[in-house]
Write a protein of this length. Sequence first.
Length: 256
Amino acid sequence: MSQVEGGGDARSSRQRHILEELQQARQVDVNVLAERFGVSGMTIRRDLAELDHAGQLHRIHGGATIRRAPTLGSRAVTRAQEKSAIARAVARIVPPGAAVGIDSGTTCHAVAAELAHRSDLTVVTNALHAAITVREGGNRVIVLGGVLTSELSLVNLGTSLEPPQIHLDMMILGCGGLSVDRGITYFDPTEVQVRGMLVGLADRVVLVADYSKFDQKKAMVLGPLDLVDVVVTDQAPPEALHTSLAAAGAEVVVAR
């Protein structure tokens, strides 16, 4: 059996490619995937089960189909007060005149709305919602180009190979899950490389996540916990996660 069969890195890479194909074809077949990756049908079924559990696809007999994700608007109303509190806490630590990267997602959009009260910032983002919102206050906004996703963000994988000549004082990063063993994870594979590129341009990385993201593991891994400098949240993380964050050198700020 191929070496692709086992190992966490191999599994993560295989699942990423499965999701990428699903975005194009809208449906995938177990036998076709097994032949392509050189693994057993059981391995592919296990991959599909994990991705289904993570909300990334919908399993059907013999394969899987694409799962329609909740819209940004519908997710924005979920835990809206918690996200607003997180956004206010983040705004307090953004220094005057800073160059700030803002990720996509509803919590990051709440941060953009809070920063729209200011006019001294340079904001870099690939999220159209965040760009339009933060520009209302008169901040300078640089939008990274690319293909428009269903989340109204722009993705150009070429930017991860040739990063723009930009320096960020701070990167505001969202996530789909935060766990001790898998670190920072996401639902969608298309934006992970762009996020990684922006993180690499930043002096300080601030992760924004409400309590529902703790101990969650999504399919796409960005990196370990030591990738972030600060976690801003609405509740203290579980003890094991809190201890691991502290060991990784990440400060935890609980919004009040």
